[in-house]
Design a protein around this ligand. Structure first.
Ligand SMILES: [Zn+2]
Length: 443
């Protein structure tokens, strides 16, 4: 891995300065912004005002950051119920951008930005990329989809704001992505970790040695991924892989990002206020305890989000980061509270399966979970691709791998699942977020 990426705060001055704001100043700024955003939402968003009224609350009741607990939550269903523009706090003439995310059912959710919001978005993404050691002179290929999805344009504006050269490749067309990476001397990739895995595979097929490309960093997000997956990616490509976090409802990518210490994701707290709550009761949980991440936008104009329930499970890490940023960190998000599968009464998360697979030699990081119901009983099958060498080996080797994998899954999940070993490239590749679970259960 290259070691010449280390960025001192001076290198990206003045970009990185807000990352190092003394804590008392940062808390003062957060409180002022929280009061302003609550007032703005109360004045302009009917749903929020009615929920405040129900609680007998007025914006002036927010006197400390701790008072955030008094505020009502916002849920994804609120965005659907007010489709398309019901949560806007700005008149349409001030809205310069709309994005939308496809819901699994029915209408998408719509998010809006004023020019000021777009500028904040670009600045937090530029700070995120700077934290990954990127700077002016880097060539950043954006392979997130461009369009209604926030990934592509978000990363694009952020990399431009950083002063880097942007290659707006958008998603798909792996061969062309690899050609651009090689011919343009791309030094950093922004895409989903799943798509980067696909590029690693495709490069091998085309005889391109990823390790010989100038590529030094990958900034991966838009889906949960594990530490084991990071290790696999780094081993196969010799890049440094960073985890970036965000969601359209809050702003898009750039809510938080790892620094080069890779010990959690710094939240850009001057714009986003994080809390952790119990996913069942909504009660706030102390730092260091895992729960659901709740975010409040502190500076959003067009569409303020107050206490938005992300369904992402994490904790706020205690202690400070040796990088010197004063921004608090959240743990990597390995799972979502609504990812949880309940199989014969046992809670199962896809991330547990991913970790077990990647720790078993001979398997590839491509897998799929199939759920069926037989005679009223849930059945789970994990299909796993294995290396071509394994398939060419004697049958005994496959059987031995099957047993090891079965043992590893039994141990982490605590229930018996069916394991099927399949040849490389059997499982459909994704150009964006991976589809890990196929649910064929009919109630
Ligand atoms: Zn740090």
């Amino acid at each position: 891995m290259s070691t010449n990426l280390e960025t001192s705060s001076a290198d990206c001055y003045p970009l990185s300065v807000p990352d190092y704001t003394p804590l008392d100043e940062l808390r003062d700024l957060q409180l002022k912004r929280m009061q302003a955003v609550v007032t703005r939402a109360w004045q302009h968003v009917e749903l929020f005002r009615s929920r405040m009224d129900e609680r007998g609350l007025k914006p002036e009741d927010i006197r400390s950051l701790d008072d955030v607990k008094k505020l009502p939550f916002t849920q994804k269903s609120d965005l659907r119920d007010t489709y398309p523009f019901g949560l806007f706090a700005s008149p349409m003439k001030d809205v310069v951008r709309l994005h939308a995310s496809s819901g699994t059912t029915g209408k998408p959710i719509v998010v809006a930005y004023t020019q000021e919001d777009v500028d904040v978005w670009s600045s937090v993404l530029a700070r995120a990329l700077a934290g990954c050691g990127l700077r002016r002179g880097d060539i950043v290929q954006v392979a997130y989809g461009y369009g209604l999805f926030t990934g592509g344009l978000g990363a694009h504006y952020g990399a431009e704001a950083l002063g880097a050269t942007v290659v707006p490749a958008s998603g798909g067309h792996a061969d062309r992505q690899l050609m651009l990476m090689r011919d343009f001397g791309v030094t950093a990739m922004c895409c989903t970790p799943t798509y980067f895995l696909h590029l690693i595979d495709r490069a091998a097929e085309l005889g391109i040695d990823m390790k010989k490309l100038p590529l030094r960093a990958g900034v991966f997000g838009a889906e949960p991924w594990t530490q084991s997956m990071r290790e696999y990616i780094q081993k196969m490509s010799s890049i440094e892989a960073f985890d970036i976090y965000g969601l359209s409802e809050i702003i898009g990518p750039g809510v938080g990002c790892e620094c080069r210490r890779h010990n959690g994701l710094h939240i850009f707290e001057d714009h986003f206020y994080p809390e952790i709550v119990d996913p069942e009761t909504g009660e706030p949980l102390p730092d260091g305890t895992e729960g659901e991440l709740v975010l409040t936008t502190l500076s959003k104009q067009a569409m303020p989000m107050i206490r938005y329930r992300t369904h992402d499970m994490t904790s706020i890490l205690t202690g400070t980061c040796p990088c010197g940023r004063t921004l608090r960190r959240i743990d990597r998000i390995g799972r979502r509270s609504d990812d949880m599968l309940i199989i014969r009464g046992v809670n199962v998360f896809p991330s547990q399966i991913e970790t077990a697979l990647l720790e078993t030699e001979g398997t590839l990081p491509h897998y799929q979970i199939l759920l069926t119901r037989v005679s009223g009983l849930d059945q789970m099958e994990v299909q796993v691709e294995v290396t071509p060498q394994m398939f060419n080996d004697k049958i005994g080797a496959l059987q031995e791998l099957h047993q090891r994998l079965q043992g590893a899954l039994d141990r982490v999940l605590g229930i018996r699942v069916r394991v099927s070993l399949v040849e490389a490239h059997t499982i459909e590749r994704s150009e964006g977020k991976a589809k890990r679970v196929i649910d064929r259960r009919t109630s």
